[in-house]
Ligand binder design. Structure first.
Ligand code: IVH
Length: 683
């Protein structure tokens, strides 16, 4: 045997450096859920190390990051050994490597594979779910691949995850054993992530960088009730015990999972050969932007599960599958300046003004930098060349600074100590990362409040956007929300770009907004932590704004879905904003009471007098519309299933509420049945 070529010193040094870097990023990504570099940059580090190791096999060590998976094991959580190790997949960005994967399988099998299954590679967090006698017993994270953290109670809050599975079906599909383990990905849909993150920022908490981090952080939250409030979902993709071979084909495994009540991604495709596979990959990549959840590529699996074991695995990844990653949609541009922007709650956010650049079909000129910690972490400076990326957020984010392009004089950026709008000293509350302006009369906050007041879910004053609000503020026509109701036609009509007709229209729309239901008016106040859902609960509970204003903390906490944090925030805002609330009430606003419930004649409609729970996803009707129609026909909507529930309407992917309904013997309708009932009732 020829002795291996000696490793040159600089190569050894570089390998050590790479291993160190990768470990550091593993720690940031898996344990702290705060990655500092993009996935693509991380993959490039791993690929470089793997290349060096290929050339100089002596550099390969068992503990090398190319041989092990990153670990998410966290202190504070008990851990358990996995029933079957949770290894990772080998990644590629190159189609040629997918071809090489096909060639390798053909060689190993002695014939071309008959079929592949392509599934989206969901950008979430892997979870293993153990069922004993059909009941969810334990839920684990991947951990270090051998042991996972026990996060059972947190996973139970995910409505998509079945808490019980029909044991008889399970036996028919998977064999007689009593123990089963299903695996899949926990994730947060993009729209929900955006809402959740915005609320966090508003509350002065650190925003998560993307849905994956939000999911990872949430699963490792110790307070289960907090986890329950966060919009986590689940896609199942494997039966780990009794093992995929029990069903002979992976396609059959996915069908079985779906039949057992697990959500299975409908973007899965079974393909017969490479051309079909590439077409499926193209189709998925084209659809990527419009999907309601984030994916970072596709997973291609050999359909024939009976040979999976035989094909074997490396220490890190099995041979039956490969992950094909899509290139992230990134662009390179320059930070022209960094501005401090003051929102309606007073939170000051650093915003990067960018040299305009095209990214994923839109022109991007701004990116949020979230807060000072984030600016420090990424060390973004004015004049820097940066890589920006569209993550889960609509607003793009700065992924990293191209350090080599930094000019000499660039200085670190610091948010100002005084509010850029009103000049008052900014404060940082204990336990918060956000810095805020606490002057209630701050013009920038007033601007934010006025814009929020006019927004669609709030008072819905069409046409009152940033441009006109800025003009009115500048002209002294507006100082705060109450001034909107004092706007008169003549002065408006004199403004540049305005005429009598447009002035008339605006005054009319402002007047019409007085008729908005109480819940929208409460939401319009823009109190911290009070989204439209909480506003609806408050309106329903108190019936009038006067009653809400008079409520003490305890009464506020008694409202369904209002916890201590929201209650405290409401109380504080009601007190702090007394003058403006008085003024609004004097102007006749916040006076509407919630419409009394219609008189119910039992039996008059299929919903009259009934307590109904909506769960899962309806495909033909928005949830809000369904709710309104039920209420209009005398039904009452409840959020959770109990003995008092008369009917559960279950859409796609209904989870724990449906289970509970079955357990309690509550009548359940699917969407079709519901739509038929609406039609028959003439609604
Ligand atoms: S199959 C042996 N299917 O990607 C591992 N994984 O890099 C089998 N993932 O740890 C995993 N979507 O967290 C599989 N449709 C999918 C997936 C998927 C996302 C994640 C999963 C896994 C990682 C592998």
């Amino acid at each position: 045997m020829t002795p291996p070529t000696p490793v040159p010193d600089d190569v050894r040094l570089r390998a050590q450096e790479l291993a160190g870097e990768i470990r550091r990023h593993n720690e940031l990504y898996y344990k702290r859920a705060t990655p500092r570099i993009s996935d693509a940059a991380y993959d490039a580090l791993v690929a470089e190390l793997a290349l060096l190791q290929e050339r100089y096999p002596q550099l390969r060590e068992e503990t090398s990051p190319t041989e092990t998976v990153g670990s998410d094991l966290t202190e504070g959580f008990p851990s358990l050994f996995h029933s079957v190790p949770m290894i990772s997949l080998s990644n590629t960005y190159e189609r040629a490597e997918v071809e090489a994967f096909h060639t390798r399988l053909t060689r190993l099998l002695g014939h071309e594979p008959h079929a592949y299954v392509m599934e989206p590679k969901i950008d979430g967090v892997a979870a293993a779910l153990r069922y004993v006698g059909g009941a969810l017993d334990v839920g684990l994270t991947r951990g270090d691949g051998r042991r996972g953290d026990v996060v059972t109670e947190n996973l139970r809050t995910v409505s998509d995850i079945p808490k019980t599975v029909d044991a008889r079906r399970l036996r028919v599909l998977c064999g007689p054993a009593d123990f089963h383990e299903m695996r899949g990905e926990v994730y947060m849909p993009v729209a929900e992530f955006q809402r959740f993150n915005a609320a966090r920022e508003e509350g002065g908490l650190v925003a998560f960088a993307n849905p994956r981090n939000a999911t990872a952080g949430t699963l490792k939250t110790l307070d289960t009730s907090e986890v329950a409030r966060r919009p986590l979902r689940f896609w199942a993709y494997s039966i780990a015990v009794p093992g995929p071979a029990a069903l002979r084909s992976h396609w059959a495994v996915l069908d079985a999972l779906a039949e057992l009540g697990f959500p299975v991604c409908d973007r899965r495709r079974r393909v017969a050969d490479l051309p079909e596979l590439f077409a499926a990959l193209d189709e998925l990549e084209a659809a990527r932007d419009g999907l309601p959840f984030q994916i970072d590529g596709a997973v291609v699996k050999l359909d024939d599960t009976t040979v999976w074991d035989e094909l074997g695995a490396t220490s890190k990844s099995p041979r039956y599958a490969i992950a094909f990653k899509f290139a992230p949609e990134q662009a390179v541009t320059v930070v022209e300046s960094i501005a401090a922007s003051v929102g309606r709650t007073g939170v000051v956010t650093p915003v990067a003004n960018l040299r305009a650049v095209e990214l994923a079909g839109t022109t991007v000129a701004r990116a949020t930098l979230h807060n000072q910690d984030e600016v420090d972490r990424k060390d973004v400076r004015e004049g820097d060349t940066v890589i920006i990326e569209k993550g889960g957020d609509v607003i793009p984010k700065v992924v990293e600074v191209v350090a080599a392009r930094r000019s000499k004089g660039a200085r670190p950026y610091h948010l100002p100590a005084e509010c850029p709008s009103c000049g008052s000293a900014l404060v940082r509350r204990e336990g918060e990362v956000a810095i805020r302006c606490v002057n209630p009369d701050c013009p920038a906050q007033q601007r934010g409040r006025i814009l929020h007041w006019a927004a669609r879910d709030a008072m819905d004053i069409e046409g009152l956007g940033e441009r006109w609000v800025d003009l009115f503020l500048q002209q002294g026509l507006l100082r705060g929300i109450p001034d909107l109701y004092r706007l008169r036609r003549e002065p408006l009509a004199q403004l540049p770009g305005w005429g009598e007709k447009s002035a008339d229209n605006l005054v009319r729309r402002v007047e019409a907004s007085r008729q908005r239901p109480l819940e929208n008016q409460i939401f319009a106040l823009g109190m911290r932590h009070v989204g439209i859902a909480a506003a609806r609960q408050l309106a329903a509970h108190f019936g009038s704004f006067t009653a809400l204003r008079a409520a003490g903390l305890e009464q506020l906490e008694a409202v369904e879905e209002v916890g201590p944090v929201v209650a405290a925030s409401v109380r504080e805002e009601l007190d702090r904003r007394t003058p403006v609330l008085d003024e609004l009430q004097e102007l006749g606003l916040l006076a509407t009471t919630r419409a009394p419930k219609p008189v119910v004649v039992p039996g008059a409609t299929p919903f009259a007098g009934k307590t109904i729970v909506l769960t899962g996803t309806l495909s033909k009707l928005e949830r809000r519309a369904a709710r309104q129609r039920i209420e209009a026909m005398g039904g009452t909507i409840a959020v959770s299933v109990s003995k008092k529930t008369d009917l559960v309407i279950a859409g796609e992917q209904a989870g724990s509420k449906l289970d509970k309904a079955r357990e309690l013997g509550v009548e359940v309708w699917d969407e079709e049945r519901f739509l038929r009932a609406l039609q028959e009732a003439g609604s």
